[in-house]
Each structure stands twice: as structure tokens, then as C-alpha cells.
Design a protein around this ligand. Sequence first.
Ligand code: 5GP
Ligand code: MG
Length: 207
Amino acid sequence: MPLSKPRLIKELIGRIPPSQRADVAGVLIPEVDLQKRIALMGKAIAKDYKGKDVLVVSLLSGTVLFLADLLRRLEFPLRVDFLGVSSYGSGTESGKLVFNKELKLDVRGAHVLVVDDILDTGKTLRAVTEKILALKPASIRTCVLLDKKERRVGNIEADYVGFQIPDWFVVGYGLDFAERYRNLPYVGVLKPEVYAPKQSLIRKPSR
Ligand code: 5GP
Ligand code: MG
């Protein structure tokens, strides 16, 4: 679902700790819109996977809040496992991918649904899909809350997408900047001075 007119809503910064409130420029996707969309995604997923042995593979750590809300909408038996993946790099480009937590459950023969927070260049989802395919699942599909199409490298798409967003660096609802802001209840954007205190604001945060 593309955001019809992306804009930052200052009035909704509201109910968060004052120390963090000062850092937030505005809200891109309010809580109520996240919940409505996730309910629809849950319905679509439940319909597609009727009667199947589903293994949800969630990528740590950005998916924590999205996963918790999505799982509540998946009203069928399933298993959940976690894969730890981070990308170390500088500047705006994603760097080298490192797997820092492996799967615990058996993937062979399962219908795998990979859940990630945001699809950006596509590097993460491509590497994760390849890794899981090598374990011989019955099928694999991908589900992301956010999709930044502008930054895609190659032709990878997710099967289930919450919102298409512009090329803005977003935080909250599980997404971090330097490991902080994951606890914001909405998807928001930080003030530029948070990323680059007292410096030129041209550089964006690394991902
Ligand atoms: P990709 O491999 O598709 O380039 O990047 C995907 C990963 O980069 C996401 O799982 C997320 O961790 C990180 N990422 C990309 N864009 C953003 C963003 O706007 N905000 C945050 N916090 N992380 C992002
Ligand atoms: Mg991530």
C-alpha cells in the first residue's frame, strides 16, 4: 500500500518519553494505521497458507514489534524462529552482511514466511532467501512492513508489503538509529541534528 501523500505529523509525536520526543521530527505512520494494515496483511497471509505447515522466520532485531502484532493476526497453527542478521557499513550504503544468530528449528519441508522490518536495497532479503532455500523448505515467501522502492538494487520484491515509503531514514516500531528509538510506537523520522550533531547534515545515517 503506497502512502498517498507522505508527510510527517507532528501532533502525533505524543505519548513517548520526553527525552525521546525532542529527537523526533514527526510521525510517518501512526499506530492506528500500522494496526489496520497489519490486520489486512494477516488476513491475506492466513488465506494463502490455509492448512499448511508454516514456519515464520523473523529477522532480528528490527522486526520485534511488527512480528508481535502480525503473529496475533495469524490465526492458524505455526512455528516461529529467529535469524540474526546485521549489516556493517558506512555512509548510506548497506555494508557486509553478518549472520549473528542461526535458526534453531528444522526448515526442511516447511512453508517458510520470512518477516523483515524494511526492504531497502534488497541485499538482506536476497541473502536470507538464499540461505533458507539451501535448507530445502517446501516454499518460501517474504513479508516486510516497509518498502523503499527507490533504493532497490536488482529486481527483488516482497510477497507481502505493509507500506511503501519514500527514501527517508525511519525509526520506531522496532527500527533503530544506533540501537535506540525501537520502542517508539509508530514509524517516525528523527530530526537531522540527531544524526549529525553540529556537523553538515548532508550525510545520512549508515544502515
Ligand atoms: P537492505 O539489505 O534491503 O538494503 O536493508 C535492509 C535492512 O537495512 C533493514 O532490515 C534495516 O535493518 C536497515 N534499514 C534500511 N532502511 C532503514 C531505515 O530507514 N531505518 C532503519 N532504522 N533501518 C533501515
Ligand atoms: Mg533489519
